[in-house]
Design a protein around this ligand. Structure first.
Ligand SMILES: [Zn+2]
Ligand SMILES: [Zn+2]
Ligand SMILES: [Zn+2]
Length: 373
């Protein structure tokens, strides 16, 4: 009787499988005398009862206890003869370098920002790995973690990356606004720590890249705005901006009711934005010390109530029309006045060919519409 010898082998068509279990499910039954083919860049690990028994390198191996001493333990002395069955699982491990594997957050990492409280961060990047020690790899990932498909192992490693990254962000970053500054540091530290983490699983981390760490869009906008202010070297401006944004946000939230409330909310927001822009301009043009003076100069005296108020068509204090303001001292001027009541500056003074008085700064006659020469 001619005995048909079994041949066990694995060829990865996809080139993407880091590990392949033989049989793919259930308990494997092998026979003494069968042949096990291990290709270049592969190793075969015999595994039973949660433990790796031994590893075979590339070649065509005939499964006998003479050739492969560790099989003795698997077979048992009584059934050592040719054709004797023995139970085991064989894990083919690919020894090639897996390049450009992608990692990314499925669920955002919750980062506790010292300025913004909780920020939900998403991150993604690439990594390359290579199995260094097949036995350790199978013992840890198959034996301890119970993962024996390439997908499951990839998923596990990505999980290690994400949790390590979350730790690192907590350690190196106080505020998301500093992210740009510590980005490289996180990348370098991340690679070093992950290399240690992966080594415990018999894996060499060949490369590790963070492509992006992205906060939610609205936080990203604030970071962009802050970094442009940071480039101008004015952190106080940012603090004022942040306050303004917070108030503006509050106004927008209040406007949810619609109708009149919407108008109020929007107005407050816009006004705050304008104030902020003014502060920014002042501090950028004139520097901090002159800021008070600049703010005072921007005020005008209301011709009705005589209070110092910001320039406006109507006085914010008494609600009366304020008219024009003096180009020299900024005092409010009643319509038609020829001289400033505060500093005596001559105002307007031009008379149109139609005889009408033309207010200072006008380009057209208010009566006939003729262009002022
Ligand atoms: Zn007034
Ligand atoms: Zn004046
Ligand atoms: Zn005219």
């Amino acid at each position: 009787m001619v005995k048909k010898l079994e041949i066990i082998e694995w060829l990865d068509d996809t080139g993407k499988e880091i590990v392949h279990r033989e049989p793919q499910s259930g308990s494997g039954e092998f026979r003494i005398g069968s042949q096990l083919v291990v290709r270049e860049s592969q190793e075969a690990v015999f595994f039973r009862d949660g433990k790796a028994m031994g590893v075979l390198g590339p070649g065509r191996h005939t499964l006998t206890t003479q050739n492969i001493p560790f099989l003795t333990e698997l077979v048992g002395m009584a059934f050592e003869g040719e054709g004797s069955p023995f139970r085991a699982e064989v894990y083919y491990v690919s020894k090639k370098t897996f390049v450009d594997m992608k990692w990314g957050t499925k669920e955002p990492i919750i980062f506790r920002d010292k300025e913004l409280a909780m920020v939900r961060l998403r991150a993604f990047g690439q990594f390359s790995i290579k199995v260094n020690e097949s036995l350790l790899f199978v013992n840890k990932l198959v034996g301890t973690e119970g993962r024996y498909t390439a997908d499951a192992i990839e998923g596990f490693l990505k999980g290690v990356i994400i949790s390590r990254l979350a730790d690192l962000l907590g350690e190196t970053l106080e505020s998301i606004f500093d992210l740009a500054r510590v980005y490289d540091e996180i990348g370098t530290l991340g690679k070093a720590r992950l290399a240690d983490d992966f080594e415990k699983y018999g894996i060499q981390l060949v490369d590790f890249y963070i492509n992006a760490i992205t906060p939610p869009e609205e936080v990203q906008k604030r970071i962009d705005e802050r970094s442009s202010m940071g480039a101008l070297g004015d952190m106080n401006a940012y603090m004022r901006y942040k306050t303004a944004t917070a108030i503006s946000d509050a106004a927008q939230n209040e406007s949810g009711g619609g109708g009149a409330a919407t108008g109020v909310g929007l107005g407050a927001g816009v006004g705050m934005g304008a104030t902020m822009a003014q502060m920014m301009t002042q501090s950028l043009n004139q520097g901090q010390p002159q800021q008070g003076a600049a703010a005072a100069a921007a005020l005008v005296v209301c011709p009705s109530c005589r209070k110092q108020v910001p320039p406006a068509k109507f006085c914010p204090e008494c609600g009366k029309a304020m008219g024009a303001s003096c180009p020299k001292c900024g005092a409010a001027i009643a319509n038609g006045a020829k001289f400033c009541p505060e500093c005596g500056q001559k105002l307007g003074g031009q008379t149109c060919s139609c005889g009408a008085e033309i207010p200072s700064g006008s380009k057209f006659c208010p009566d006939c519409g003729k262009k002022v020469e």
